[in-house]
Design a protein around this ligand. Structure first.
Ligand SMILES: C[S@@+](CC[C@H](N)C(=O)[O-])C[C@H]1O[C@@H](n2cnc3c(N)ncnc32)[C@H](O)[C@@H]1O
Ligand code: SF4
Length: 364
C-alpha cells in the first residue's frame, strides 16, 4: 500500500445548522473548544507517523467559526504535519465567520486553498435552508481573499432546492462565473434523515428535473472552460482538488476529529460522533480491514466518479488482475453504462446522472 500523504481534519462546530445537513456538527459553544482541540492534538500525536503530506484538508462543520485565538491554536496543531515541497492545504470557510485576521493567519501557516459554502445566491432560498449570508458578502469575501493572493478558491453550491426553478439554478451558475474563481462543487439537494428538511417532509425534485438541471449546469461550465473532472466537481486546468482525488484514487489518508473517517494500513475506520467519547480520547467508532476484493470494489466505485474513469494498467499494477477478470465490464460496455477509450474505462457523459445505479453493479 502506498504511503500516507493526505490528512483530513474535522472541526464540528457551526453558528447555525442548515436544514439539509447531516454531517457531524454541533452549535459552537466556547466552553467546548479547548477540550476538543486538546483531544484532536492528542489523536494526531497518537497516530501520525511523521510522513510528509501532499494534501491537508480542514473541513467541517465550519472551521472558521472558531474565534481568532482558537483558530490560531488549530493552525498551530495542524502545523505539526510535515509537508512536501508542493502541497495543497485547504480550509472550509463560510463568509460570515471568515475575517481578515483569520485570513492573515491562514497565509502565515501556509494554507493555499479555500473552500466556501455558498449553496445559493438567492436570498429566499438561503432563508429556506437556514443560512444568513448575502450574495454581496460572498463577493466581498472573495475579493478580500484575492487581496491576500489566495487564488485557489472553491465554492459549494446546491441545486434542486425546494421550489427552485431551472432559471434560478442557472442564475447561480452565472453568479459563480462572475466571481472568476477556478473551482466549483455543485450537489443536488439530498434529503437526509435527521435533518430539518426531512422532518418537514420536503420531497426531492423529480429525477428528470434533477437530470435536466445537472446537464444544463455541466454544459454552461464547459462553455466557460471548466473541466468536469468528477460527478460534482468542476475546475479550471490545474485546479482540480488534489485532496479529493486522493479519495477517488482509493489512496490512504489520515482522518482526525469527530466523526472523521480514514484509511490507514489496509484499515478503513470511522471516528465516534459522540462529543463526550471523543473528548475522553475514545476516538475510533468502527473499523474494517480491506480484503483484496473490497479494495478492488472501492477502486471501481470511487474511481468511476472521476470523468476520466479508471486506468486498466494502474488497476493491474495494484491488484495483479485485469478489471475484466473481476467485474462484468463487458456487459456494462454493451449496455452503454460504461465506455472504454485506450486504457481508460469511464461512465459516458449521458449516463453520469445515473452514476449511483451503475456503481452498485460493482458491489458483491
Ligand atoms: C458539510 S459542508 C461543509 C462546508 C461548510 N460547513 C459550509 O456549509 O459552509 C460541505 C458541503 O456539502 C454540501 N451538502 C451538505 N449536505 C448536503 C445535502 N443534504 N444535499 C446536498 N448537498 C449537501 C453543501 O454544499 C456543503 O457546503
Ligand atoms: S452545511 Fe456546513 S454550515 Fe451548514 S450545518 Fe452543515 S456543516 Fe454547518
Amino acid at each position: 500500500m502506498s504511503m500516507i500523504q493526505s490528512v483530513y481534519i474535522h472541526i464540528p462546530f457551526c453558528n447555525r445548522i442548515c436544514h439539509y445537513c447531516d454531517f457531524p456538527k454541533m452549535l459552537y459553544q466556547k466552553k467546548w473548544i479547548h477540550n476538543y482541540l486538546n483531544a484532536l492534538d492528542t489523536e494526531i500525536k497518537t497516530y501520525y507517523q511523521n510522513e510528509k503530506m501532499k494534501t491537508i484538508y480542514i473541513g467541517g462543520g465550519t472551521p472558521t467559526v472558531l474565534e481568532l485565538e482558537e483558530f490560531h491554536q488549530l493552525l498551530k496543531i495542524i502545523d505539526q504535519f510535515q509537508k512536501e515541497k508542493k502541497y495543497e492545504y485547504t480550509i472550509e470557510c463560510n463568509v460570515e465567520s471568515l475575517t481578515e485576521d483569520k485570513i492573515k493567519y491562514m497565509k502565515k501557516y501556509g494554507v493555499n486553498r479555500i473552500s466556501i459554502g455558498v449553496e445559493t445566491f438567492h436570498s429566499h432560498h438561503l432563508k429556506t435552508i437556514n443560512r444568513m449570508h448575502t450574495k454581496q458578502q460572498v463577493i466581498d469575501t472573495i475579493q478580500l481573499l484575492k487581496k491576500y493572493n489566495f487564488d485557489n478558491i472553491n465554492i459549494d453550491l446546491i441545486y434542486a432546492l425546494p421550489n427552485e426553478t431551472l432559471s434560478e439554478v442557472m442564475m447561480d451558475i452565472e453568479s459563480f462565473l462572475q466571481l472568476k474563481i477556478p473551482h466549483l462543487s455543485t450537489y443536488s439537494l439530498m434529503i437526509e434523515p435527521h435533518t430539518t428538511f426531512y422532518l418537514q417532509k420536503q420531497l426531492p425534485v423529480a429525477e428528470e428535473i434533477d437530470a435536466f438541471m445537472y446537464q444544463a449546469i455541466c454544459q454552461r461550465l464547459k462553455q466557460h472552460g471548466y473541466i468536469h473532472y468528477e460527478i460534482s466537481n468542476f475546475a479550471q486546468p490545474g485546479y482540480a482538488s488534489q485532496h479529493n482525488l486522493t479519495y477517488w484514487n482509493n489512496e490512504p489518508y489520515y482522518g482526525f476529529g469527530l466523526g472523521a473517517s480514514g484509511y490507514i494500513k489496509e484499515i478503513r475506520y470511522t471516528n465516534t460522533k459522540s462529543f463526550t467519547h471523543y473528548c475522553n480520547h475514545q476516538y475510533r467508532f468502527e473499523q474494517e480491514t480491506m480484503t483484496t476484493r473490497t479494495k478492488m470494489e472501492n477502486e471501481m466505485i470511487l474511481g468511476l466518479r472521476k470523468r476520466e474513469g479508471i486506468n486498466r494498467n494502474i488497476f493491474y499494477k495494484k491488484y495483479g488482475q485485469t478489471i475484466e477478470s473481476v467485474f462484468p465490464i463487458q456487459t456494462l460496455l454493451e449496455q452503454g453504462k460504461l465506455e472504454a477509450k485506450q486504457d481508460w474505462i469511464f461512465i459516458p457523459e449521458d449516463q453520469i446522472y445515473r452514476s449511483n445505479d451503475i456503481l452498485i453493479e460493482f458491489i458483491q
